[in-house]
Design a protein around this ligand. Structure first.
Ligand SMILES: *Cc1c(COP(=O)(O)O)cnc(C)c1O
Length: 390
């Protein structure tokens, strides 16, 4: 523990996760399942521990992007159903079934391959039909002239041997931009296409136990008018994004580091590579053992503040691979060993993402495996995780 906490670490607040989960479950009502999206190592937070927590909190489902992620969660002992949102090669169908993993089906060819493999293995693969209502990524197209064809195709797919069509879902492109009229119109258009497809299938006798479309954006901005059987939030569960702020959700990850060295530099000195920061007067500069390899984006160089016990201080000079510097002139109490928050509870990841020209998702996902995750409950460390082969 001591060893883990010396350099740079990410605190994962499981109480914040529980709070966020309950807010979301209350929001959608107890008859609607909350599926926790835990792909990409739970957006960098640690999928094993978070999946276990979500199961204990009462989540109805989990989703990941691929089979390896699903197997990791199974290995952690989680029994919840898991949906793979992305691609799984059909030759892995037996593994999917063995691990009780549900597969998104995005085309008839894929469905036929899964069906053949499942039948050959003598099992049944649970599938969710993916409808492409306007994301133009994965799934069956269902706008305009594609509609009738898709209805027939989905009916055929659902009847294939070895497949159990448990669910149907779609994904929104702009549900997180409720202030733009065209985005609102497009989201409603997507939902209209989706419900039209569901209705047409139902009219032909094909219904689904789990119909879902609510990513974070839709769960925040459209939950009443787009209520189905399940919602599928990711980022707001972690308390990041504007939508999370709107619902008063709490950031789960706080990325912290320490001051490893402090020097007072003379006027005229320049800090770090490229000499982009020039000291105009004698300046107390601290070195933090965190760099872009840890997930502190280089594009934030000279453009952001980090949080200390004396308040925010400006980061100065280029962020290096393993280190970065801060101007401590206005933080007299900060010295070697002091804790610094890069983002999290006191320094919003949303703001940092804005400055970097990206989204909070990318910042939490980018926290490197060499940064230990410290899981906290009631202010106490309940688990630590370091994904290195030591
Ligand atoms: C990632 C993902 C989600 C979760 O998105 P958030 O914006 O994090 O809520 C939901 N559905 C699908 C298909 C996804 O790929």
């Amino acid at each position: 523990m001591e060893q883990l906490l010396r350099r740079t670490w990410a605190e994962i607040d499981l109480d914040a996760l529980a709070y966020n989960f309950h807010v979301l479950q209350d929001r959608v009502g107890k008859e609607v399942k909350v599926l926790g999206v835990v792909k990409a190592d739970a957006y960098g937070h640690g999928a094993r521990v978070l999946s276990r927590e979500l199961e204990a909190l009462g989540a109805g489902y989990l989703a990941v992007s691929n089979l390896d992620e699903a197997r990791e969660i199974r290995k952690a002992g989680v029994k919840l159903p898991i949906l793979i949102l992305g691609y799984t090669p059909p030759e892995n169908t037996a593994l999917l079934m063995e691990n009780n993993v549900t597969q998104a089906v995005v085309s008839e060819d894929a469905a036929r391959a899964y069906s053949a493999a499942a039948a050959a293995a003598g099992g049944t693969l649970k599938i969710h039909i993916k409808a492409d209502t306007g994301m133009s990524r994965l799934g069956f197209l269902c706008d305009g002239e594609h509609f009738d064809d898709t209805v027939e195709t989905v009916l055929r797919v659902c009847d294939l041997p070895g497949l159990e069509a448990e669910g149907i879902f779609t994904h929104f492109a702009v549900s997180d931009e409720p202030d733009k009229a065209d985005c609102v119109a497009f989201t409603k258009e997507q939902f209209g296409r989706f419900t039209r497809l569901i209705d047409a299938l139902a009219a032909r006798g094909r219904t689904f136990a789990l119909r879902h479309c609510g990513n974070s954006g839709a769960t925040v901005n459209y939950y009443e008018e787009m209520k189905l059987d399940m919602v599928r939030p990711g980022i707001i569960l972690y308390g990041c994004s504007e939508g999370a702020e709107k619902l008063g959700l709490k950031p789960v990850m706080t990325l912290k580091t320490t001051i490893s060295s402090v020097k007072t530099l003379d006027a005229g000195c320049t800090v770090s590579y490229g000499r982009t920061y020039k000291v105009e007067q004698p300046t107390r500069v601290g070195v933090m053992p965190i760099g872009y390899a840890d997930g502190f984006f280089r594009t934030l160089s000279n453009r952001c503040e980090v949080m200390t016990e004396d308040g925010p201080v400006p980061q100065c000079g280029r962020i290096c691979m393993d280190m970065s510097m801060v101007d401590l002139t206005n933080a007299p109490n900060v010295e070697v060993g002091s804790e610094v928050e890069i983002f999290g509870k006191r320094n919003s990841v949303n703001r940092l993402a804005d400055i970097a020209g990206t989204i909070s998702y990318e910042l939490t996902c980018a926290v490197n495996k060499r940064v230990p995750r410290i899981f906290l409950k009631g202010g106490k460390v309940v688990e630590t995780e370091l994904r290195m082969y030591l």
